[in-house]
Design a protein around this ligand. Structure first.
Ligand SMILES: [Zn+2]
Ligand SMILES: [Zn+2]
Length: 254
C-alpha cells in the first residue's frame, strides 16, 4: 500500500505514457503510446487498463494524446486535464473533467494531487504531483525553463520524473534547423540535460533520492549522455537515477 510503483511505458518525442501506483490508486499520465503497447506493458505485470482509477494529461501535443481514443475505449475512469487540453481529446469516450492549476485536488481519499503550470509552447502545459501522508511522486516534462514555483511543487518528492530532453552541444551540431533548435532551447521548449541535472541537485538537497530521466530526444541526446551529465553533478551512489526508454515495460518499485 505504501509502495510507489511506476511503469515508464513510453517517454520521448515519439510518445509519452506513464503508469503509476501510489496510495493504492492506479493512474496513467498522458496517452501518447498506442493501446496495444500500453496493454502489453501493464499485462506483463498483472495490471490492466480496466483497473486504472484516473488518467491525467499534461498538455495537448500529439506525443501526449495521440492514443487517447483507443486507450479510453478500454478504461472505466475519467480523464483529468486543464481546459486547454480538452479540445485535443474531444473524441475520446471517457468522461473528461477540467482541473484547475495550483489547487489541491482531493479526488481520491488519502491522496492529494496538484497540477502546476510549466512553460512550454502549448497553452497551460502542466506537471503533476501525487502525495499521500507518507509518499510523493512528481512528474514534469515538456518544460522550457525550470523556475522557483515548479521547484517548490516538486520539493519533497520521493520519486521525481523529470525531463532530460537534449544535450545542448548535440542539439547545436545536430540535424535540426536553427529555428527548431531555437524553439527547443527557448523558454517554451524543453529542458536540457544540464538543466535537469541542476534540478536534480536542488531536489536531492530537499530529500529526493530516486529520479527518472524522461522525454529524451532521439536526435539530440542519448541515454548515456543524459546519465553522464546528471552523474557529473550528482555523484552520490545513494541517489538512484533511471533513464526512461522510448518504450518500456519495467516495473519500478520504490
Ligand atoms: Zn512532449
Ligand atoms: Zn509538448
Amino acid at each position: 500500500m505504501n509502495e510507489i510503483r511506476i511503469i515508464p511505458i513510453g517517454s520521448g518525442s515519439t510518445g509519452n505514457c506513464f503508469y503509476i501506483e501510489i496510495g493504492g490508486y492506479r493512474f496513467l499520465i498522458d496517452m501518447g503510446i498506442g493501446y496495444k503497447k500500453v496493454r502489453d506493458a501493464l499485462g506483463l505485470h498483472g495490471r490492466s487498463l480496466e483497473e486504472v482509477d484516473a488518467i491525467f494529461v499534461t498538455h495537448g501535443h500529439y506525443d501526449h494524446v495521440k492514443a487517447a481514443i483507443p486507450i479510453t475505449n478500454h478504461v472505466h475512469c475519467k480523464i483529468y486535464a486543464n481546459r486547454s487540453v480538452m479540445y485535443s481529446i474531444r473524441d475520446s469516450k471517457a468522461e473528461r473533467v477540467v482541473l484547475n492549476m495550483f489547487e489541491d485536488i482531493g479526488l481520491f481519499p488519502g491522496l492529494t494531487i496538484r497540477m502546476f503550470k510549466v512553460p512550454h509552447d502549448f497553452a497551460y502545459t502542466c506537471g503533476y504531483t501525487f502525495s499521500t501522508s507518507e509518499r510523493k511522486i512528481a512528474y514534469v516534462t515538456d518544460c522550457g525553463r525550470m523556475n522557483e514555483n515548479i521547484l517548490q511543487e516538486l520539493a519533497g518528492a520521493d520519486v521525481a520524473i523529470i525531463e532530460s530532453n537534449h544535450d545542448v552541444e548535440m542539439l547545436k551540431n545536430g540535424p535540426y534547423p536553427k529555428s527548431l533548435q531555437a524553439r527547443i532551447r527557448s523558454e517554451a521548449g524543453h529542458l536540457s540535460n544540464d538543466e535537469c541535472a541542476e534540478t536534480i541537485a536542488f531536489l536531492k538537497e530537499k530529500g529526493t533520492s530516486h529520479f527518472l530521466l524522461a522525454h529524451l530526444s532521439l536526435h539530440n541526446n542519448t541515454p548515456e549522455t543524459a546519465l553522464e551529465t546528471v552523474r557529473q553533478r550528482i555523484a552520490d551512489p545513494d541517489v538512484d537515477i533511471y533513464v526512461c526508454p522510448d518504450e518500456g515495460n519495467d516495473l519500478l518499485i520504490y
